[in-house]
Ligand binder design. Sequence first.
Ligand code: AMP
Length: 220
Amino acid sequence: MPTYIVLLGPPGAGKGTQAKILSTELGIPQVSTGDLFRAMKTQDTPFARKVQEIMASGALVPDDVTIQMVKERLHQIDCDGGAILDGFPRTTAQAEALGKMLAEEFNSSIAVVPLLTLDENDVVRRISGRRQCPECKTIYNVDPSDTEATCPKDGEKLELREDDKPGVVQQRYSVYLENTAPLVDYYRNKGLLAEFDAKQTVEKVTGDLLSAIRSRIAAG
Ligand code: AMP
């Protein structure tokens, strides 16, 4: 039986960081719609350009293309054991489509929906110091005024994501509140939600997540 985990939480709560660790610990891939859309940067098609434009503004890519992209990704062989969904679903329509897709095409359902909680001030503070290594994709938190920070693993200069720039962050947070926050109650009502305080250390959050996930899996 494949295991599907949906990570919920505002931008900057650590979903990507935790998804990578959980992926290693649980042996199932991280499926990040943000990463999949960012990977389209190298494609020179009108659609790929439109996606980059939408992302740079902090808005959401339309549901139909997002759902189709996730469906294709989940059908790939490395997702046979399930997936850790990071950044999807982000709207009620996506959540409904995911439930239907898992039931009809994978004869499965979501095991647990961990919610990483973080308030708006911390979202803005964290994202303004968030940098990514363009080579190994590791995410770091640096002093926001440090524009010269490099990756300790491969020496590459760390980059600020286009949509992590001031202004876009506020927009992304409003989009989260309006479109994605309703999913908290949606999954709570289904008995799938488990909450974690994202202000704790990465290690503490990982430990709590792993024990909650393992006990849900064991309970079937
Ligand atoms: P993320 O890396 O998850 O913060 O996503 C970066 C951007 O990709 C978002 O601000 C959206 O523009 C787009 N995106 C990622 N996931 C979704 C989704 N599930 N639905 C619509 N747009 C998305």
